[in-house]
Design a protein around this ligand. Sequence first.
Ligand code: GLU
Ligand code: ASP
Length: 429
Amino acid sequence: MEKSHEELTKHPSGLPTLFFTEMWERMSYYGMRALLVLYLVKELAFTDEKAGQVYGLYTSLVYLTPILGGFLADRYLGYKRSIFIGSLLMLCGHFSLAFPHIESFYLGLGLLILGNGFFKPNMSTIVGRLYETKPSLRDSGYTIFYMGINLGGLIGPIVCGSLGEKVNWHYGFGAAGIGMAIGICVFYIGSQKLPAHIWANERNNESKVLSEKEGVGERYSILLILILSFFSILFWMAFEQMGSSMNLFADRNTDRFLLGKEIPASFFQSINPLFILLLSPVLATAWNRLSVYKMNPDPILKFVFSLVLLGIGFLVMVWACQAKNSLGLVSVWFLFGAYFFNTLSELLLSPVGLSFVSATAPKKSAGMLMGIWFLSTAFGHYLAGYLSGFLSGFTDQADFFSFFVVTSWLGALLLFILWFRIRFWLKVR
Ligand code: GLU
Ligand code: ASP
């Protein structure tokens, strides 16, 4: 029987639980992250350099542990238990930061790194499981889920940042802990109503011998995930300039006076999550509509478009560098423009990647492959931090930003050429 239009376009009822759990977890993650460097420098008297190192190490390690957490969930623990373990570890982590001792500070960071490993890949995997019977809605579902991530990313720094900076650091960290606690409650209550099949891991699946065709399909799937993860490194390496070199550009080279008041440079960090909230519904609807007409571009092509847009974003930065006035300042609209293209690019790659990995990974290693996807984020973040250190070495900053135009467009070209060769792999499954 033909499915009705409503059935085809209605998202599963479990999505809000996952949306809000992830939103609260990300609120605590980004809230704490917004305070980290400031706390290290202002309270613990770290040098800028040492604080930068701790920050860089922390943000890459949180994306390194998902490979372990994903593997353990696939093999032993199952997704539900892993998500609970991860969120409890993170809860303890945030509350350890709320104590004013250096030992509890490091313990807290360790617990957060470990906890994220158990939480993040497995949450991201089960979102896709909700869509097993509605594959055409999957990309749009992940785009909505991504909105939850960014709603948390927007609220966290505002709440924890103002409490931490204005009242007391440890209240800020405590507020992040409360966010995580709310996330746990949402998950505890909501998970009872989620369909049982989404939790199945290898242990619950009867082990079966794969036919030759399925075996080949699995190999192609894993190869595709690895190839796309490589391009994702290129993406994060450039995209993450937002928090570093572009942040410095906001601070030093942007005319931030509006109606006689100076807007703080850190304000520009909220533009990305704000644009995500505005653009996600547009893209989610677009994927949805295009799927109905069987015209939704495949994930490899979406990655190509994403890298092209990222290059355009950095081209705006190059233009900005050339448009500086005699004081070395440019209008805020340049950063808005660059952030707009970078965010559009992010939405064509990050949620699409999550959706692709969840749809393509063989069931028995779904969590671990999601961990590999996040590993590319870890590498990308690391490279981004490393490269941003070269900014001050350039006499003309335009040369620095042009580097990312080149890497993004070369990446897009390479992937487009590859697309002709590997697009049929998408069908061998
Ligand atoms: N900012 C997103 C998040 O925090 C992206 C994660 C990633 O893939 O790097 O979930
Ligand atoms: N856009 C980031 C993530 O979703 C979140 C943020 O920076 O607030 O990719």
